[in-house]
Ligand binder design. Structure first.
Ligand code: 3UK
Length: 536
């Protein structure tokens, strides 16, 4: 079957076929029909099967069933098509903190055959402009509270002609327009390989990269990690912090719960001080957040009833063994770690609770294959550090970007991570390939030093980088946030240096230690090492 896109921008801007990764669709659950709209599969199907009354999404004072979310997204699809002139294939910017309304907007766009482009709530006009220009975005649905920054971007965004605001009482807002529409909408009959999302990477430097994912990619992500590792039930209540603009959040807090008929809680504020109360309030069972958030929350659980909580998923950054232990002690729950990427849409190496191994990420998720390659692209024996390479039913397709050649080589997706395969066949994260520190001829992975420092009782947070050194090429430098009430002084620095020397190979100890009150992080919880480097 051919495309349903009338606006063919996405198809025209895919990388050339020979630069695509190899895709694997071996298992029966990865056989998709030619005509596929993932919104139909994830949302309308439940209503069709008589499950429309089941609880679907909560948050921001809202409690919607599957039928409610379907009606609301149908109305939004009508506004997009009838009032805003959307044609299939148009790109629609979505802007807002997580909320049921933002989820309805996502489904509205996908039902209408549009391409949803999420944006992190904290983005500024300059960054918004880059995204709008790169993806030639024509429409935007924007939370009224974030209107200002988008307005500032608009003079530089000539393609963006249609903007509506939501969470607004305005007569001309999306809310009122949607309310005036009938609740029925016939989803556009898209092809399985029509693009339905363009997800921009939370790249640390340079121009943001847009990753293009098809309707079939969304369904493939739902069929792999959730089905084989998380194994949720329809009674589960999902909750967490990652924004829907980040594919970790889109999958974990929207696509995956809906794929099994479960429900999700979309919180506007899901910081570590707000999450425990929300888990108790909604009786949530399944938590998604980043390692630093688990670490910060562990000390704040007292007084909250977390008895509903069953599963805790960590991704976005390596999960230090200290954080896994701390969370288990605080909550009684063995965390599920998983590495995913925007390019591969979601998690491809992980483990379930029964197969957790502290310090290791896990094994390839069924549907994916992974290996560790040397610089020439040859597989390395166990125990040797090299480049992580992955293949599966999803993979990297950058929107018109030369960097496709870096991420995809010989059909493999190269994530930019240095990994080793241990004796048990588990993948063990070392560092981002660019972040490996070479000091006095030794290769040192900053995250290993960080994990060690995090075991010290006086350390709240830390980040380790290499800084230039005339004698050794680079030296290891640690930025440390002490726990509250701990004085940062030379004696503490020496204590931490000695602690590292006694815990791991002494040459890895931080020759420089700098104390900070906080560390620079992205909205997705990743340490911004480049900012630490700029500071030295
Ligand atoms: C790092 C991890 C060690 C790693 C993501 C789950 O993080 C996500 O996507 P991004 O594109 O970043 C990808 C990079 O982040 N990383 C992520 N998880 C882990 N490193 N252990 C982990 N568990 O460097 C990777 O290449 O922002 C995560 C699901 C969807 C996602 N988009």
């Amino acid at each position: 079957m051919s495309t349903a896109h009338i606006d063919t921008f996405a198809a025209r801007n895919l990388p050339p076929r020979e630069q695509w990764p190899e895709f694997l669709f071996d298992s029966p659950e990865l056989q998709f029909p030619e005509q596929l709209n993932c919104a139909t599969e994830l949302l309308d199907r439940w209503v069709e099967r008589g499950q429309g009354d089941r609880l679907c999404v909560q948050g921001a004072g809202v409690r919607w069933s599957y039928a409610d979310l379907q009606a609301q997204s149908n109305r939004i699809a009508r506004v997009l098509v009838e009032d805003m002139g959307l044609v299939p294939g148009n790109r629609v910017l979505l802007r807002g903190a997580n909320s049921p309304m933002l989820a309805a907007c996502w489904f509205g766009v996908v039902k209408a055959g549009g391409i949803a482009v999420g944006s992190m709530p904290l983005l500024r006009a300059k960054e918004l402009t880059q995204i709008v220009v790169k993806a030639e975005i024509t429409h935007a649905l924007c939370d009224a509270r974030l209107a200002e920054e988008l307005a500032l971007a608009r003079p530089n965004c000539p393609t963006l002609t249609q903007v509506l605001h939501f969470h607004s009482a305005d007569a001309d807002a999306l809310d009122a327009r949607a309310a005036a529409k009938p609740a029925a909408f016939e989803n556009v009959r898209t092809a399985k390989d029509d693009t339905c999302i363009i997800a921009f990477t939370s790249g640390t430097t340079g121009q943001p990269k847009g990753t293009m994912h098809f309707h079939r990619d969304v369904m493939a992500a739902c069929a792999c990690w959730p089905r084989h590792v998380l194994r949720p039930t329809r009674d589960d209540v999902f909750i967490g912090s990652p924004p829907l603009a980040f594919t970790f959040g889109l999958g974990g807090l929207l696509l995956f719960p809906l794929s099994v008929g479960a429900s999700t809680v979309l919180l506007e504020k899901a910081s570590p001080d707000a999450l425990p109360a929300a888990i108790a309030q909604y009786r949530a069972t399944t938590l998604f957040t980043a390692p630093t958030s688990y670490r910060a929350m562990a000390g704040q659980l007292a007084g909250h009833d977390l008895s509903s909580l069953r599963q805790c998923v960590s991704a976005g950054e390596a999960l230090p063994a200290a954080t896994r232990a701390l969370w288990k002690q605080a909550s009684g729950i063995e965390m599920i770690d998983g590495i995913g990427s925007t390019e591969l849409l979601h998690i491809f190496i992980s483990h379930d609770e029964a197969h957790a191994k502290p310090g290791a990420t896990g094994t390839a998720v069924p549907g994916y294959v992974a290996c560790v390659l040397d610089d020439a692209g040859r597989p390395l024996p166990r125990g040797q550090v090299g480049r992580l390479a992955v293949k599966g039913p999803t993979g990297c397709r950058y929107l018109a970007d030369e960097r496709q050649r870096n991420y995809v080589q010989d059909g493999w997706n190269l994530t930019g991570d240095a990994y080793l395969l241990d004796d048990d066949g588990y993948f063990v994260y070392q560092a981002r390939t660019d972040d490996m520190i070479v000091s006095g001829g030794y290769n040192i992975a900053g995250p290993e030093v960080e994990s060690t420092l995090l075991l010290h009782p006086k350390v709240a947070e830390c980040g380790v980088i290499g800084v230039a050194d005339a004698e050794r090429g680079q030296i290891v430098k640690a930025f440390v946030v002490p726990k509250p009430g701990i004085e940062a002084n030379d004696a503490l620095a020496r204590e931490l240096q000695d602690y590292v020397k006694q815990s791991i190979a002494p040459y890895k100890y931080p020759r420089a230690v700098e104390f900070r009150s906080s560390l620079p992080r992205t909205e997705t919880g990743k340490l911004q090492r480049f900012k630490l480097r700029q500071a030295t």
